[in-house]
Design a protein around this ligand. Structure first.
Ligand SMILES: C[S@@+](CC[C@H](N)C(=O)[O-])C[C@H]1O[C@@H](n2cnc3c(N)ncnc32)[C@H](O)[C@@H]1O
Length: 186
């Protein structure tokens, strides 16, 4: 049996990425939803945040403004085009507190306990091996850190089932937009 490889099985085509980027630009032009939403995750000045599955970085740049010069944002994605888009944005916006991270499968080169907050937005529904994915996020979060994760194209019950089945996170708060999780550290 062939081994499951997220970088092969989950990564969208370049054309799909371009289309997604165009759609996001249009949406963000019409309604400043990302800016407004970014303020609801509990991110504050000086924090280290990982925007996991950052796409073209529409949240990354908002997070960078919130954490400020004393903080840090890692923009992580499996797609090279996402990394290239974020790099373009941070140069254009002169943001010195953002680092891009190309993810290989469910593995990132970042050290253990990197983040105060990890945001996995509009991407969990894509993940085919949720426990493996959540294991990596558990490794990256600090003991008292928080994972913000949303449902998007899946039902809330499904999101919860995947999180709880992993045994690696507890859900301590939720609203219609996202769930807040704490790590279960071994
Ligand atoms: C629908 S986009 C959302 C982008 C961004 N979070 C937003 O809300 O604007 C999903 C992103 O998740 C990324 N992705 C999918 N599987 C991934 C994985 N295993 N690891 C990291 N990123 C992944 C895709 O490449 C894509 O950029």
């Amino acid at each position: 049996m062939e081994t499951f490889r997220p970088e092969k099985n989950e990564k969208m085509s370049d054309n799909s990425f371009k289309f997604m980027n165009f759609t996001f630009k249009l949406m963000d032009f019409i309604y400043p939803y990302v800016k407004k939403r970014s303020k609801t995750f509990g991110i504050s000045e000086g924090m280290t945040v990982i925007d996991y599955g950052c796409g073209p970085g529409r949240y990354t740049t908002e997070f960078a403004k919130i954490v400020g010069e004393k903080g840090k944002v890692y923009a992580a994605d499996i797609h090279e085009m996402a990394i290239a888009e974020v790099k373009k944005k941070i140069v254009k916006m002169n943001l010195n507190n953002v680092e891009t991270v190309l993810v290989n499968g469910y593995n990132s080169p970042l050290p253990d306990q990197t983040a105060d907050i990890i945001c996995a937005l509009d991407m969990f529904f894509i993940i085919k091996e949720p426990t493996e994915f959540l294991k990596e996020l558990n490794r990256l979060i600090k003991d008292d850190g928080i994972l913000i994760i949303d449902d998007r194209h899946q039902k809330r019950s499904k999101t919860k089932e995947k999180i709880l089945k992993s045994g690696l996170w507890t859900i301590y708060k939720e609203n219609k937009d996202h769930l807040c999780c704490r790590p279960v550290k071994s």
